[in-house]
Design a protein around this ligand. Sequence first.
Ligand code: GLV
Ligand code: MN
Ligand code: MN
Length: 403
Amino acid sequence: MSELAHGTLAGLAEIADIGRDARRGGYSRQLWQGPDLELRAWFALRAERLGLAVETDRNGNLWAWWGTPGPDAVVTGSHLDSVPGGGAYDGPLGVVSALEAVGRLQASGFTPSRPCAVLVFAEEEGSRFGIACLGSRLLTGGIDADRARALTDADGITLAEAAATAGLDPRRLGADPEALARIGLFLELHVEQGRGLIDLGRPVAVASSILAHGRWRLTVSGQGNHAGTTLMTGRRDPMVAAARAIVAVQETAAAIPGARATVGRLEVVPGGTNVIASSVHAWLDARCDTEAGTRALVAAITAQVERAVSLNGCSVAVTEESWTGTVAFDAALAGRFAAALGGVPALPTGAGHDAGVLSASVPSAMLFVRNPTGISHSPEEFAEVEDCVAGIDALEALLRSLL
Ligand code: GLV
Ligand code: MN
Ligand code: MN
């Protein structure tokens, strides 16, 4: 990241050492844990240097206001948390670009005619509490507050407890219509997470849509027992059953055009080398272009997984943990922005975003910046400095026209 150290992307260089994960590679920045707290402090300092007034809302989202907070604000931003072992750009690029665009407008002597804020959403990846876009779901009332308060992290700490430790009042978590009402338009810049812009040979696009997607917990139950005294015949080993289930997930999705289904996380109970497990939790991420298609995909996977685990005398319970319907970004707004940027392309994505959650409540749009590796949620995620600058140029131009 040394080429980012000066100039436009200095912000990315400043946070380059925060939350590095030596074991996994890349970054692990989980809500309200050390690196996330450091990033929040960095953001506040950076925003205050621009004269912005920083506030934390009831749900832990950070707002930095240019002008008096008020209705009809143009709000831009993204998130600072990461997946385990994530890349440097997913989230932070949008935050750094937002600060940079506001700084450029200020430096040019521009006076906004409506309020503007840079917004950092909490727990976009759901890496700590399991629900992606948690900050924007809470803000918009997209998740029940009691259910959210009871979510637990890997150490059994509830969201309510973590919020209290972070200085929030857990009783106030949940829909925040006053904060939401201030947003007239939300614009999120994000690194592209697929190959759309590589294939088009273009640095920047606007977003057109997001696949319907969700997360399901598959709990495979068998019979825990001793690894040495239990003969191979008659075992009810949920690890073997889970392995069959994962293959069934892959094969079922591969047979449906456009479908994506992934098991990227397992928890083995109790998890000992000389112990036949008693149960295995596997988390399924499933996505398809329509809501009906995604529901059908999960129904097909459920049927195949039930069949697969029964081959080892095990059972499986499938529990929905989150659901996000298809997002069609406001086509007129996206078209207007694309035209204002000289005819940039419009791209669909399979990745979820806070802008998608917000789009159900306020006009929302996204800018994508080319990722030459086409890889994301991995340390290999990348963006060339020139493309990041093109993204900031686009964001600045749109903010200038909106403000
Ligand atoms: C967020 O990045 C998601 O698509 O899961
Ligand atoms: Mn992500
Ligand atoms: Mn993201």
